[in-house]
Design a protein around this ligand. Structure first.
Ligand SMILES: Cc1ncc(COP(=O)(O)O)c(C=O)c1O
Length: 391
């Protein structure tokens, strides 16, 4: 592979961290996860962090919180027409409806200009999905939230380190989620995190994460349940309709090591982006994702235009044969995914709305890798040369 989509950012430190867990013979969620949660919350200047076994589980716990603690069942949430499958599924799994709004075909994120027409009397929130590292237009989104009394939620699984108005994405609303899957900014094998400014929401999510019990909550917390003081009962008292989506201790231990490397990993991604922009930044045949405030450049998204518009299959085949790996951008237009045939009644009717932005990416968009520990100049140059042959 000349230019792969993702690569490992691990070194000896991560292997030592795993060995430390093996030596302790304590594999299930414990002190290492707690330590990583603390470090993560501090790094992103958020009061509370709850780690899960994936970013998808983080979304599931966030939406379950809204269903069970905030009683949103039957309400609808504004979502972008392009995101990730598990940005959407936890919403319907928790009895809430998807209210699709088109994306801006340049930033790839929800188009704020199209949000207001979608709001219904049942709309409770806007789920901002920061795509490929790029912050949504939170200035406009926050104004709409304030005007219609909507709650802001963030799926920040692709955008660790991105900033809006000098604040980290994932900390801007009631809760924000992160993913630490292999291709992401930090890698803990599988893993995810939820940040929230609200202590009682954090406690509720800790209970949802682990069987619905109250064992992992501070002893003096009575927000969910007043314990008896007898561990025989208190350890097996179930107070929320929970799951088991706990992370492994090894993921917590690796997370702490990866977080130390994160500033350097982000810096490298930004250097790669500068070179990518030099070559692809101003071409009539493809456009790069437009950065909004400060992106953390998860991958490089391109949309074919001009002479290459409508030619994606040919372009992808050519790049693949040159050893350049590519992927569709997220779900593309989620409403065009076969699963939607099963979700009809869980969507707010939207036949009169326009989804041109999501459709453009569905037909003409793709992404290639960015890397936290690799200078990708050679791969980027090769890709540029190969694409030029097609003009
Ligand atoms: C926007 C978004 N949300 C959620 C997820 C799910 O994360 P995970 O793969 O850790 O379950 C992803 C995964 O890439 C994603 O891109």
């Amino acid at each position: 592979m000349t230019y792969p989509l993702a690569s490992s950012t691990w070194g000896k430190e991560e292997l030592d961290a795993i060995q430390g867990v093996i030596d302790s013979d304590m594999y299930t969620m414990g002190a290492k996860v707690k330590q990583f949660e603390k470090e993560f919350a501090e790094y992103f200047e958020s009061p509370y962090a709850v780690m899960t076994n994936s970013g998808s589980s983080a979304n599931l716990i966030m939406m379950s919180l809204l269903n069970w603690r905030h009683a949103w069942s039957g309400k609808d949430i504004i979502v972008p027409a392009l995101g990730w499958s598990t940005s959407y599924f936890p919403i319907v799994q928790n009895g809430m409806k998807l209210n699709f709004v088109d994306i801006d075909p340049n930033t790839f994120n929800i188009d704020p200009a199209k949000i207001e027409e979608a709001i219904t009397p049942n709309t409770k929130a806007i789920l901002a999905v920061n795509m490929l590292g790029n912050p949504c237009n939170f200035t406009a989104i926050k104004e709409i939230c304030a005007k219609y009394e909507l709650i802001l939620l963030e799926d920040n699984c692709e955008s660790m380190g991105a900033k809006w108005n000098n604040r980290y994405c994932g900390t801007l609303g009631l809760a924000g989620t992160f993913s630490f899957f292999f291709s992401h900014h930090i890698q803990t094998m599988e893993g995810g995190m939820i940040l929230t400014p609200n202590e009682e929401d954090a406690h509720y999510m800790r209970s949802l994460r682990a069987h619905g019990w109250c064992r992992d909550l501070p002893l003096d917390d009575e927000s969910l349940y007043k314990r008896t003081g007898d561990p025989f009962y208190d350890s097996f008292t179930f107070v929320t309709p929970g799951y088991c989506v706990r992370p492994l201790e090894m993921s917590g231990a690796v997370g702490s090591e990866q977080l130390k490397k994160f500033p350097k990993l982000l810096w490298t991604r930004e250097q790669n982006k500068k070179y990518f922009e030099e070559l692809f930044g101003n071409q009539p045949w493809a456009r790069m994702q437009t950065e909004h405030e400060r992106s953390s450049w998860f991958t490089f998204g391109l949309v074919l235009q001009g002479v290459l518009k409508g030619q994606r299959e040919m372009v992808i085949n050519h790049l693949t044969s040159a050893g350049i790996q590519s992927r569709p951008i997220g779900t593309q237009n989620m409403m065009r995914q076969p699963v939607m045939n099963r979700l009809g009644s869980m969507c707010v009717p939207n036949a009169n709305r326009n989804y041109d932005g999501a459709n453009d990416l569905h037909e003409n968009g793709f992404m290639v890798g960015n890397h936290g520990n690799l200078d990708c100049k050679e791969g980027i140059f090769r890709m540029f040369t190969e694409m030029r042959k097609l003009i």
